[in-house]
Design a protein around this ligand. Structure first.
Ligand code: IMP
Ligand code: MG
Length: 175
């Protein structure tokens, strides 16, 4: 692993406040419904759990895993599904929860896949978005923060599987 350090980008309190707002917005938008949160492993685990705690309408959760990254910090462009949902999502109001949208490939692939199962509705919620990096257009319904084109870690996001447990978002700076 190259020598590097982590600089603070988004602190714990700022994250918490924004996730609270997203939870309130989702609760208003889904009034009278049960929302099905789909957590994309592993990066979205922290965000999904914190968001779910702030949603006041009934919530069900499920998990799926797909990967477009190897051990490095650049996308391979290949998206593969390694764990499917346990639940059927037909006729459910589904929100796909992402940690970060970079090229957009992962999400547009997942959105296509899940819409074939005929959910009642399908929206996308991401904690972070790097719009400059977009290769595949994808409509995002809820965004926590737009950030610059920097490689970030923490709050579920990793660099070679490390740093997911940081309670804040930091930028990896190579020394
Ligand atoms: P996309 O398919 O290029 O949009 O890639 C999305 C996935 O790449 C995310 O779910 C992350 O796992 C990973 N990723 C993209 N940017 C970063 C980053 O800055 N830090 C850590 N992982 C990232
Ligand atoms: Mg990921």
């Amino acid at each position: 692993m190259e020598k590097h350090h982590i600089d603070l980008l988004i602190g714990e309190e700022v994250l918490d406040a924004r996730i609270r707002e997203l939870g309130e917005e989702i609760s208003r938008d889904y009034a009278g419904k049960t929302v099905c949160l789909i957590c994309i492993l592993k990066g979205s685990v922290y965000f999904t759990c914190e968001l779910a705690k702030r949603i006041t309408v009934p919530v069900v959760m499920d998990f799926m895993q797909c990967s477009s990254y190897g051990a490095a910090t650049k996308s391979s462009g290949v998206v593969k599904l390694s764990k499917d949902l346990d639940m059927a999502i037909t006729d459910r109001d589904v929100i796909l929860i992402e940690d970060i949208i970079d090229s957009g490939r992962t999400l547009s692939h997942l959105k296509d896949l899940l819409s074939q199962r005929r959910p009642a509705s399908l929206k996308i919620c991401t904690l972070l978005d790097k719009p400059e990096r977009r290769v595949t257009e994808v409509e995002v319904d809820y965004t926590g923060f737009q950030i610059e084109d920097k490689f970030v870690v923490g709050y579920g996001l990793d660099y070679d599987q490390l740093y997911r447990n940081l309670p804040y978002i930091g930028v990896v700076e190579f020394d």
